[in-house]
Design a protein around this ligand. Structure first.
Ligand SMILES: Nc1ncnc2c1ncn2[C@@H]1O[C@H](COP(=O)(O)OP(=O)(O)OP(=O)(O)O)[C@@H](O)[C@H]1O
Length: 240
C-alpha cells in the first residue's frame, strides 16, 4: 500500500530551536534525516536529545526554525515514537497492538490480521491475553516496539529505548531495531550507551548544550571526532 503514497523522508530541519520562556533549550539545529539510515543522537544528560526527538515526532512544536517532511505534510502518519518507559494501556498485549490500528481506522478484520502477524513476528503470541502492564520491563519494551512496527512507520523515533533494561533485554531490543532497519525502516535513536551507539549508528548527531555541534557518518565520528566536546564525550570525560 505504501508504494502508492509519497515517501515522507527525507525530513529536513532548518534552524530549529525550542525555548521555554526566554530560555533556549535547543538552538539552531539543522539536520537531515535520510531514508533507510540509522541515525543516533548522542550527547550528555540534558543536551537536548529527547527534545529533538519530540520535535521531530511532532509531539512538541518548535519555537523557531522549520521542519520539512518530503511529502509536504506538517505531521505525517507514517512515523512513530517509542519512549524509554513504554506507555502501555491497561489492556491486554493484543489490545495494545489493536488500539492504535483502530484509531487509524483499520477494519476489524485487517486489525485482527495485523495483530496476529505482529504477535507472531515478535514472539509475543503466548502473552497475547496477558495484561500489558504486568509484563517485565523488557517485555513491555518489546511490545512497545512491536506496536510501533504494526503501524507500518517509515521512520521510528526511539528515545533511550534500552536505558532501563538489563543486557539480555537490551540485546533483544537491539535485534528488533536491526530487523526494522533491514526492512527499510529509518531509525532515529537517542542513547547514553556508547557501546550501543557504536553497534547501531550509521550516522551520528552530537548535541552539546542544546546545539548540534557535529553530525555525519558514524565511522568518521568515532574514528576522529572534530570537537573537543565530542572527543571528551567519547573518552568518557564529564562534560557540561
Ligand atoms: N518543558 C520544559 N521546561 C523547561 N525545561 C525543560 C523542558 N523540557 C526539557 N527541559 C530541559 O531541557 C534540557 C534538555 O532536556 P532533554 O530531556 O532533551 O535532555 P536529554 O539530552 O534527553 O537528557 P537525558 O539524557 O538526561 O535524557 C534539560 O536541561 C531539561 O531539563
Amino acid at each position: 500500500m505504501r508504494a502508492f503514497v509519497p515517501s515522507i523522508l527525507p525530513l529536513r530541519l532548518e534552524g530549529v530551536g525550542y525555548a521555554v520562556g526566554v530560555k533556549p533549550l535547543l538552538s539552531d539545529v539543522s539536520l537531515t534525516v535520510e531514508p533507510g539510515r540509522r541515525l543516533v543522537v548522542l550527547g550528555a544528560n540534558g543536551a537536548g536529545k529527547s527534545l529533538l526527538l519530540r520535535l521531530c515526532h511532532g509531539s512538541i512544536a518548535p519555537t523557531s526554525g522549520r521542519f520539512f517532511w518530503a511529502d509536504g505534510s506538517p505531521r505525517p502518519e507514517a512515523q512513530a515514537m517509542v519512549f524509554q518507559r513504554p506507555v502501555l494501556l491497561r489492556r491486554t498485549v493484543a489490545a495494545n497492538i489493536d488500539y492504535p490500528l483502530a484509531l487509524r481506522g483499520l477494519s476489524r478484520s485487517d486489525r485482527r490480521a495485523m495483530v496476529a502477524r505482529t504477535l507472531d513476528r515478535f514472539g509475543l503470541g503466548a502473552m497475547a491475553e496477558r495484561p500489558a502492564r504486568l509484563l517485565s520491563g523488557g517485555e513491555q519494551q518489546r511490545l512497545a516496539l512491536a506496536r510501533a512496527w504494526a503501524m507500518r512507520p517509515e521512520v521510528l523515533f526511539l528515545d533511550e529505548p534500552t536505558s532501563a533494561l538489563d543486557p539480555s533485554a537490551t540485546r533483544i531490543i537491539e535485534e528488533m531495531i536491526e530487523s526494522f532497519s533491514a526492512e527499510g525502516i529509518t531509525i532515529v535513536l537517542t542513547t547514553h550507551n556508547l557501546g550501543q551507539a557504536r553497534r547501531l549508528a550509521e550516522d551520528v548527531a552530537f548535541l552539546h548544550r542544546g546545539r548540534l555541534i557535529e553530525q555525519g557518518p558514524a565511522a568518521a565520528f568515532f574514528a576522529g571526532p572534530k570537537t573537543t566536546e565530542a572527543r571528551a564525550f567519547l573518552a568518557g570525560d564529564l562534560i557540561w
